[in-house]
Design a protein around this ligand. Sequence first.
Ligand SMILES: *Cc1c(COP(=O)(O)O)cnc(C)c1O
Length: 448
Amino acid sequence: MSLRDLPSVERLLQSEIGQETVAEFGRSLTLQALQEQLQLARASVRAGNTTPSADDIFTAARAALHKWISIPLVPVINATGVILHTNLGRAPLCSKAQIAMRDVAKSYSTLEYDLVRGKRGKREVHAESLLQKLTGAEAALVVNNNAAAVLLALTALARRKEVLVSRSQLIEIGGGFRIPDVMRQSGAKLIEVGTTNRTHLNDFEAAINERTALILRAHHSNFKIIGFTTEPSLKELVRFGQEHGVPVFDDLGSGALLDTAQFGLGHEPTVQESLQDGAPLVAFSGDKLLGGPQAGIIVGEETLVKRLRKHPLARAIRPDKLCLAALCATLQHYLRGEAVSKIPVWQMIAAEDQTLQNRAKRWVKQIGQGEVVASRSTVGGGSLPEETLPTWVLSIEVRHPNALSKQLRSAQPAVIARIEKDRVVLDPRTILEEQEEELIRVLKQTLQ
Ligand SMILES: *Cc1c(COP(=O)(O)O)cnc(C)c1O
């Protein structure tokens, strides 16, 4: 066996399968794949192995080609029971939002066009009026995500000035978002106020001066401080700010528009409450409890929102047409008072105990394995830490639960399950009904 027995790239390309591969993947990519395989083959022959055949080379090259051209961002089945799973893309969109996105994607649109005047319009108008109606705020602005909203507010309102924040709110929410880092990036100077567990209004009183441009209140999001704790209420902070002519910026994080307490969860502060308490500027995410696309939403007083809108950074973090289309469609469900029945995140939160149990029971019957046991789902997405919802899961006992969950992850579509007490469990709460058929097929294939 020698290197000379290896076919040349030209011969491989001219073979029948070579021509077929070129037709399927294009000449340049096929060439690249064959060259890579030939290089590997040469190294293998030099190491004393047998010379691979042309067929062997094509099998490997085509496997590589399929991998190269596959789309890596694909839908999965979320069986974890974590509703706002950041790693799995947070909120699945309602069907109106999906349709709105598709319509705007395939055609030209009124993104920045005023049909009445036949002239250039503003992309801000679409979501702004919906947000005004929903929250009662004077003005609204949509940006790429909430991290960008916070950065924009700090930059536009407090660059080279000072921002007061309670030490208990110097949060990190994961994915590199830390209040002190965002503050540094904005060019605002962070003034820490109070202590980790207790901050009083007179701590703010002691820190405020003529350089203070903003008071930031950040929602704790993913943790709880319990025990000997105190923080001034938003109302108190707002009144204090008014006395000193300094606006309060409320970073609400998840930004619920509905009360989570009606579903047996703790109360997550709502956008409307912040505005009612007088916060002149409130920011929140589009894809957490709002249940829409990734976006950062800012609502509040026109004079402040205008300063953000006009800042050059606003242009760099503006939302695209797909985001705006999906956001408007989602917001319309709130306006019509049908969010709980139309928006997947709220449907999941509101899912009835009996419905969940029936679904899990049906799966047991269909796959002929496993049992239905009580468990807990969580909201996730940095909202309502420690809070859970009672659920019923399909629980599968196997000798190697880790191996089974790995197999489920490599299925098509991938199923992401949870391991609990050495069993693989699947929570119907986060599994969309239209995914059930696929789920059963994957489970049957994997378990046989
Ligand atoms: C989630 C969150 C953010 C970041 O929002 P993204 O939309 O993920 O950028 C900022 N602040 C708080 C308090 C949050 O909970």
